[in-house]
Design a protein around this ligand. Structure first.
Ligand code: FE
Length: 169
């Protein structure tokens, strides 16, 4: 009887070990995917260089696909005329002319200055189907785009203030 108990315990431990191995492998595959993808961007910096350049809050949003808390960003309720650039690499992303008030707590635009630097890709995180917006020059996460914006595009580019650097006209 004792032998059978030992065999059952051994099988149980082996099953748990194989599950942990599979999870670790999946995580490694994911990291490799991100790394491979990031090598496509014209601007390349090491993770350490990004950490040195950015504040902790910026790093979380831009390099870890984080979202700043609503109503906390410096460009929410901000109405100056000018251009918003990528805070990581300096390419132009949005104009104040397409900025509009949403009441959501994040700066929002109905169109990018150009699709050249504003890329879109599917984001299935947190059990939601969203479209992520990122900088095509450096790969920085900027925010998300939704289909509930005003005319003429019907789009709402919901951005993180931490991702933007505003320069007055
Ligand atoms: Fe950038």
């Amino acid at each position: 009887m004792k032998k059978i108990n030992h065999i059952v315990i051994l099988l149980f431990v082996m099953t748990i070990c194989s599950c942990i191995n599979a999870q670790t492998k999946n995580k490694m595959d994911l990291k490799m995917e991100i790394k491979k993808d990031s090598s496509d961007y014209p601007m390349q910096l090491t993770d350490q260089e990004w950490r040195t350049r950015l504040t902790d809050a910026q790093y979380h949003v831009l390099r870890e696909q984080g979202t700043e808390r609503p109503f906390t960003g410096k460009y929410d309720h901000f109405y100056e005329k000018g251009t918003y650039y990528c805070v990581c690499c300096g390419v132009p992303l949005f104009s104040s002319e397409t900025k509009f008030e949403t009441g959501t707590g994040w700066p929002s635009f109905y169109a990018p200055l150009s699709k050249k630097y504003v890329g879109e890709r599917q984001d299935d995180s947190f059990g939601m189907e969203r479209t992520e917006v990122y900088c095509t020059n450096c790969g920085a996460h900027l925010g998300h785009v939704f289909n509930d914006g005003p005319r003429p595009t019907g789009l709402r580019y919901c951005m993180n203030s931490a991702a933007l650097k505003f320069v007055k006209e």
